[in-house]
Design a protein around this ligand. Structure first.
Ligand code: 3AM
Length: 194
């Protein structure tokens, strides 16, 4: 499956790109419906729920095709992934609520191969920061109120689900006042059978 998909253009001769694993609709529904209604949490849109492998940022239009082509070099087997738990990143006074993933060697390898293909094919250096796989459920412009910390811990057990990963996707992303619009630009099949 190497589907050519529609891709929104962004202003300024650059496009914001990232690489992610898409989630099946039933999994997105489970995650969205179980996301706690924390006051001040801007929940991710149901259709935007994904697992980021690599954020590329603003890529000049002239390099866009090179990025697309580079990702064809990724060879990996499909695999099963388990969602496990609920947690928080707190950065600079802001918070990200996420669903976690059981440690997965195939996922780690896929991320490594995506980075390698991007480095070889488009000269984009691999990330220096460690890969912390997560599915963002929502964001807050403040730290999580203390009274919600126990609730998050207590609800973690509701975040258990498994799905098979048979492809990954290059997304373009438009930042809009109402929230980012992520559009799948190209899908890449994991061609080695599970
Ligand atoms: O939703 P998650 O966390 O999986 O956090 C952003 C999101 O990942 C991340 O890219 C994904 C698609 O928007 N992202 C956005 N800006 C970023 C930045 N400057 C970033 N990751 C690293 N650096």
């Amino acid at each position: 499956m190497h589907a050519e998909l529609s891709a929104p253009e962004s202003a300024g001769g650059a496009v914001r790109l990232f690489v992610a694993v898409e989630l099946p609709e039933d999994i997105r529904n489970i995650l969205h419906s179980r996301t706690p209604n924390v006051p001040g949490l801007r929940r991710a849109n149901l259709e935007n729920l994904h697992l980021t492998l690599r954020f590329l940022g603003e890529v000049p239009q002239k390099d866009r095709a090179r990025v697309r082509e580079a990702l064809f070099q990724v060879r990996a087997a499909c695999f099963f992934l388990r969602i496990q738990g609920l947690g928080l990143f707190a950065r600079g006074g802001q918070s990200v609520l996420w669903a976690g993933l059981e440690p997965s060697e195939p996922l780690r390898k896929l991320k490594e191969r995506v980075d390698l293909a991007l480095a070889r094919g488009s000269g984009i250096a691999p990330e220096k920061s460690a890969f912390s796989p997560h599915i963002t459920l929502g964001r807050m412009k403040t730290v999580l109120p203390t009274e919600w910390r126990g609730e998050i811990k207590a609800r973690a057990g509701e975040f258990l689900a498994a799905f098979s990963v048979g492809s990954f996707t290059l997304f373009s992303s438009l930042l809009r006042p109402g929230g980012a619009l992520h559009a799948p630009e190209r899908r890449y099949a994991l061609t080695i059978p599970c």
